[in-house]
Ligand binder design. Sequence first.
Ligand code: HDD
Length: 709
Amino acid sequence: MKDNKETTKKDKQLDTYRVDYNDKALTTRQGLKVNDTNNSLKAGPRGATLLEDFLLREKIHNFDHERIPERIVHARGSAAHGYFELYESIEEYSKAGIFTDTARKTPVFARFSTVAGSKGSTDLARDVRGFAVKFYTEEGTWDLVGNNMPIFFIQDAMKFPDLIHSVKPEPNNEIPQAASAHDTFYDFVSLTTETLHNHIWVMSDRGIPRSLRMMEGFGIHTFRLINKKGEAHFVKFHWKPKMGVHSVTWDEAVKISGADADFHRRDLWEAIDSGQFPEWELGLQIIPEADEHKFDFDLLDPTKLIPEEMVPVKIIGRMVLNRNPDNFFAETEQVAFLPGNIVPGIDFTNDPLLQGRLFSYRDTQLSRLGSHNFHQLPINKSIAPVHNNQRDGHMQMEIPKGNTAYFPNSLGGGCPYLSSVEEGGFESYQERIDADKIRSRSESFSDHFSQPALFYRSLASWEKNHVIGAYSFELGKCTHDHIKQRMLWLIAQIDEALANEVAGNLGMKVPDDIERPINQAIGANANVEEHQPKKKKIYLEESPELSQAHTKFETIATRKIAFLVSDGFHMKDFDAMKKALEAENAVVKIVAPHGGTVVCDEKMEYKVDAAIMTTESVLFDAIYIPGGKKSVAALLNTSKFTKFINEGFKHCKAIAADDEGELLIDASAFAKYKKDKAILINKGAKDFIAAIAKHRNWERMEVAEKIAV
Ligand code: HDD
């Protein structure tokens, strides 16, 4: 492994907890050396087993308690260590050390997750992805707990349990796992129009990323930055992946879930392990306080984004993930993110979703991790020193000295002492509030259609087709017609053509009108028409930044290319292509009719990476078939190779062949589409590399859909 030699302060701290079992004797938990861990203590070889057996009791007792409750949402996750570094100080906006000191490398731990599925569910579920980053800053820990979509489903934390109960498996039979395509979710969505914006993002390609390394991250809420003078600016946080934003198709997602349910986890692990460190740039949308009411939507409404064309994203630094965890449980499972963890220079706003989160995360760690001392676990421990009068409780790991545990005190010399703002003491932003206490929602939160419509308008035609497919699949899985009808009517408020396409696939018609969903959030007595105007506001015709067609297509690093070969393949073709791809840091894998080795026409032996029966086309980004009569004849003899390339074509991937390799294409379902610009026969490595960098040839989609595999 190409490890990053620089160790951060956090890494040094973790090192004091790491235990290496190499060359060590097996012991009990008390350090007693053990001479037999295979047999229990018995009265005679055939028993009875004796209660005295403390070795048996300790081993079984520990095993019985190995599991902790999984996270109530975001249970399935993968994480890595790394660092954040700042390109330029933004001291005019924030006094946070992480945003002013360009000499620092702030250690981070980032965890990516799906939302609905259990800990052991597939990575490729259609879902939002969590994007949580723990910054171990010199001034204390800052957690930016976001998602890969810039908006959320609901506007008020009060609705979170309802949202999650509707999407999770249904309570009577615990079906379906890691899937939103069921009645209860659409019952809720169709009655809660504020969900439509986040929902259409999930229906888009953003809901099925190619890799955790190829998705954006967003802080979602509007936060505040505070500078040294105490002045505030509103801010939205963005993570922009260096590799661009790329996705798989739904057909691939379904098949990957069967072929390799750990596809994203493995991809992240292998990239870091091979020294191809994933990287994101941190960007800010900064809004002066004076502009708070300048927009057609409310900055405090987490179901709204600020189009980048209206407020550009200012790139200020980068995060690099360069080290895999040593232990999944101790690090990835025990890490506890709290949106309430902030540092001087960053502050909250009155976004009602954010305010509720400030309670929920600390609370949930208690049932998950079992003790309010979870901040002392190595992965959660701050690198800034911790001194306070909070005491005791389950699993206290420290030994606070002295006889005072209160403030003020004189017996302890007044310690631990308070810090002024100048000395780094945290002070909340002094926002003036003069209001009645009411249980209600602001009128400014009531437009639920304009932004999903903007999102849909901004997509490329192939992205729109994917959205149609996703809605059709999801609603097709619902069993109640009245739920489907409500959804169709609502989709029509976003885009009528979209709703008509989906209705056609469902064998239904878009209803002219429906019994209006009474949005409980706004109030049962509210005039729904007035609050959710059928006529959408168009404050921007399109926002190109929302489409993946405008992402980066610069690199093929870490892309996986399947080389289909059998004995007798042309070594010259093979070696030249492999060398060219590996020079770009792509990963070449030999797929052959059998495991073991294959022999080329020059009698050299090559190790097979995967026998065809153990792998699938959906696990690769592109396919290459070198020449060699005998080799290609063997591929033609094993029908799964034809299926392999048919699927590659269907999923719009680049396919290259040299010499006799073309015969496999001639035998495929797409033989008549050889002129496709990502089918490269005897074209050399350069064109193949360019086609792989494009991720997919989406222009092929119309014919690709006709390929039956
Ligand atoms: Fe949440 C976990 C992201 C709203 C309650 N949430 C959790 C994680 C992410 C998010 C990424 C996993 C963190 C990890 O890797 O450990 N959640 C969000 C975003 C939201 C959001 C971006 C809206 C903008 N969440 C939200 C609300 C509530 C919660 C409104 C409750 C009122 N979320 C939780 C939780 C979890 C959680 C139940 C489960 C595990 C945990 O906190 O640590 O407290």
